[in-house]
Design a protein around this ligand. Structure first.
Ligand SMILES: NC(=O)c1ccc[n+]([C@@H]2O[C@H](COP(=O)([O-])OP(=O)(O)OC[C@H]3O[C@@H](n4cnc5c(N)ncnc54)[C@H](O)[C@@H]3O)[C@@H](O)[C@H]2O)c1
Ligand SMILES: O=C(O)C(=O)CC1(C(=O)O)C=CC(O)C=C1
Length: 740
């Protein structure tokens, strides 16, 4: 049950007494009182706090620990500093009923259990300790905040014979004030909190005290700014409370303090000897660990959840594509290069990197495993490679979120490391069997476990690496890259046989980073050896290039030049196909790396109706939406065959275009995987791209010469993935209208 669905029945907790009406006790009381869930009684050795408690509406009654009051309580919460709790328990003992739940909020749990044992001779079944993991550096009832516990954790530490009915009541109490309840044993609690809460307080207090009493103390405080304030906020906390905590949790605090002192001594040595690499390593790992912690916190408290506003985009009529442009780096190429650079030996400077959301997923995962990736100027990264097997075990699972490309790149690399790891994902990547990819990882020799038939999440455990031979059954580019990466981990040699010949960025990039990839009679061989860091300027996005070329062909008066294309065989063949159906474009020649790199030029032309074989449909499956648009404007009829043999998401995308064509009054029919389209002039109106960025671009192109404007809805993902869309349009003299 979540906090929001908790029952809010009036006065359901009956009479609740808070002993120690300070900041925490007051916050708890106020939250219950404001919701009308209990009648609140306060006890405090300071009469002033009780008077304030009543006048500020934190409690209903100021009370004392006597037979009459204690006897009628349903719940008693001890909220004094931890060392005062033994005294409070002994004062309660003579009047306490076994049906009253007694709990506490103390920051240490072992000492509170020991206090109960000392007072009662055993821990009574109705005494169940607890601890809210929420607080502030303030104290006293005036600092009470009824929202303090919302979306925070409350730890309960029941003992074996704790009364289950009262334990249930304790859970409900914490949930009623908005907390998420977790159960823990006492010893574990004290060790965890010694590191996560007690040590930081000790450091903050000691730092402030050392500086305040050191030389130049006046100026130190005068010139201290945000960093000092952020680090030392908690040194303003209550000294009595914290003295009690350190007296009560001595052993666990000393253990974590010793570990920290050793690490501090290492840092001292690094500074003394000018060992920048060690410092850089510590700072990078620490940053990555803290970023990871913040993400966990955000996902728990929901603070990062931002409202996503629907965005629509339209291409305004009477535009032509005119001018020269360099496009931002290709997305999948960016993923690949960053991963390869991370696995290389040495430092690589990468320029024109596309930092789209999926690429950031890959970067984060690599950082979580100790790779230092510096963001230099815009779209420029410096990657400090760690070598093929140099990744470090991450502190939590690797989350590829919704990025299929990150998953395909990272999985074989993780399978080649010496640690076990769990890989998790979200939304579209869940519940999809990853058979081909997992088969490949299993071939590497690693153990792969998933709870539900080859779907994520999965756990990988390393084993002896072995030589592999992979014959790819599909033409998927991510799978091809995964196969090449897997073969890098073969002890002597790996063998990759792609479904199609032709050049792809996979082997070109690996060779560029010094991998020994050779063309064999059957596919490629990859001989074992290190990757070596290189600098690289990435070529422009391939799908964006194809889209612009199509637009230039559709819009009269266009004169387009893209200066930085880098086409693999599929993209080159696609552009050549456009030429073969009457398209007006000039393509670059093959460069020394085997890629068609350089400039593409394009201008207006009228396409002829065409016929696409099933093999071509498969080969151009990514570009099919663009080809459907070419068909919509072509003279005569076009046929696209074999569409039902495509991976389902490609067929779905084509079907979405077919629906759009029909809506725009372009005659078309689809049966048995064959689409025929009668060229014409699309009408206009609103279309939905269902959050698919590639489909969105195709639908925008459909509006190139439509009778009235075509507005494409649900374009948030398009603007995320192609965020330079508006600036590209501006540079090339055509107009895109983005509206929310
Ligand atoms: N401050 C935090 O961030 C935080 C967070 C979680 C848990 N805690 C725990 O909550 C407890 C209370 O902390 P706080 O921050 O509310 O402190 P606080 O100083 O604001 O309140 C403590 C109150 O206890 C009263 N008190 C002390 N001895 C007493 C006694 N013998 N009988 C009756 N009243 C007595 C004090 O007069 C004071 O009003 C502590 O055990 C602390 O470890 C604190
Ligand atoms: O936020 C703060 O000021 C706190 O110190 C809260 C904090 C913590 O260290 O996180 C302090 C003590 C606790 O027992 C629980 C929470």
């Amino acid at each position: 049950m979540t906090a929001t669905t908790v029952s809010q029945e009036k006065n359901q907790f009956g009479n609740v007494m808070i002993v120690g009406l300070g900041m925490i006790g007051g916050s708890f009381a106020k939250a219950l009182k404001l919701k009308g869930l209990a009648t609140l009684y306060g006890v405090d050795r300071r009469q002033g706090e009780l008077t304030l408690g009543v006048s500020t509406g934190v409690i209903d009654f100021a009370a004392e620990l006597n037979a009459e009051t204690v006897g009628k309580m349903d719940v008693i919460v001890l909220a004094t500093p931890v060392r005062a709790m033994a005294l409070v328990l002994s004062e309660l003992k003579p009047f306490l009923s076994s049906t009253t739940l007694v709990t506490d909020v103390g920051s240490t749990k072992g000492s509170v259990v020991a206090a109960a044992q000392q007072v009662f001779g055993h821990v009574p079944k109705n005494f169940i300790p607890g601890h809210p993991i929420a607080g502030a550096e303030k104290s006293g009832v005036l600092a009470a905040n009824p929202h303090l516990f919302e979306k925070h954790m409350a730890i309960v530490t029941p003992l074996v014979d704790s009364n289950p009915v009262l334990l249930d009541r304790l859970h409900r109490l914490w949930r009623a004030v908005g907390a998420d309840v977790v159960s823990m044993d006492v010893e574990h609690h004290d060790h965890v909190l010694a590191s996560s809460s007690h040590l930081p307080h000790l450091l903050a207090y000691t730092l402030v005290d050392a500086l305040a009493n050191g030389e130049r103390n006046q100026d130190i405080f005068k010139f201290a700014a945000g960093g000092f304030r952020d680090f030392t906020r908690i040194a303003s906390s209550d000294p009595v409370m914290w003295r009690d905590v350190f007296l009560a949790n001595k052993e666990a605090t000393l253990e974590t303090l010793d570990h920290f002192t050793d690490r501090l001594a290492d840092m001292r040595k690094a500074i003394e000897s000018g060992d920048g690499a060690s410092m850089f390593g510590v700072f990078t790992r620490a940053k990555s660990a803290r970023d990871h912690f913040l993400r966990l916190l955000e996902s728990r408290t929901g603070v990062a959840e931002k409202e996503v506003k629907p965005v629509s985009v339209s291409l305004l009529p009477a535009s032509a594509v005119q001018g020269g442009i360099s496009l931002l780096g290709d997305k999948f190429l960016s993923h690949k290069v960053i991963t390869i650079a991370a696995l290389s030996e040495g430092v690589s400077n990468l320029r024109n990197i596309n930092l789209g959301s999926d690429v950031k997923v890959t970067i984060q995962a690599l950082r979580d495993m100790g790779v230092v990736i510096e963001a230099l100027a815009e779209n420029q990264l410096r990657v400090h490679g760690v070598g093929l097997r140099g990744l470090k075990a991450p502190i939590g699972p690797i989350n590829v979120h919704t990025s299929r490309e990150s998953l395909y790149l990272l999985l074989p690399v993780l399978a080649g490391q010496s640690f076990s790891v769990t890989v998790i994902a979200e939304d579209n990547l869940l519940n999809v069997p990853m058979n081909e990819l997992l088969a490949l990882v299993r071939e590497m020799g690693g153990e792969v476990r998933s709870e539900v038939g080859d779907c994520l999440p999965i756990s990988l455990s390393p084993s002896e690496p072995k030589d592999i031979s992979i014959r790819l059954e599909s033409g998927s580019e991510p799978l091809r890259m995964a196969a090449f990466l897997a073969s890098l981990y073969a002890p002597t040699m790996g063998n990759v046989v792609p479904l199609f010949g032709g050049v792809s960025h996979c082997e070109v990039l690996l060779r560029y980073f010094s991998a020994k990839v050779d063309l064999a009679s059957d596919g490629f061989t990859v001989s074992s050896g290190p990757l070596v860091a290189k600098d690289m300027l990435l070529s422009g996005d391939e799908y964006a290039s194809s889209w612009l070329v199509l637009l230039a062909n559709l819009l009269p008066g266009s004169e387009l030049m893209i200066a930085n294309v880098g086409l693999d065989s599929v993209s080159y063949d696609f552009m050549s196909f456009l030429q073969s159906i009457g398209g007006n474009l000039a393509l670059p020649a093959k460069n020394e790396l085997g890629i068609y790199g350089g400039r593409v030029e394009a201008g207006f032309a009228e396409f002829k109706g065409f016929s696409l074989t099933a093999e071509q449909s498969y080969q151009f499956r990514d570009e099919l939406p663009l080809l459907c648009v070419a068909a919509a404007y072509a003279m005569g009829e076009s046929q696209l065959k074999g569409l039902n043999a495509l991976p389902y998401h490609h067929e779905d995308r084509v079907l979405a275009v077919v629906e759009a064509l029909e809506q725009m009054n372009i005659k078309c029919s689809y049966s048995n995987g064959e689409l025929s389209v009668q060229g014409g002039v699309p009408s206009g109106g609103e279309l939905d791209c269902a959050g698919d960025d590639k489909l969105a671009l195709a639908l925008l192109a459909l509006g190139a010469r439509s009778q009235s404007v075509i507005k494409v809805n649900d374009c948030q993902k398009l603007l995320e993935e192609f965020n330079e869309l508006e600036s590209v349009a501006r540079q090339l003299g055509f107009r895109c209208l983005v509206a929310q």
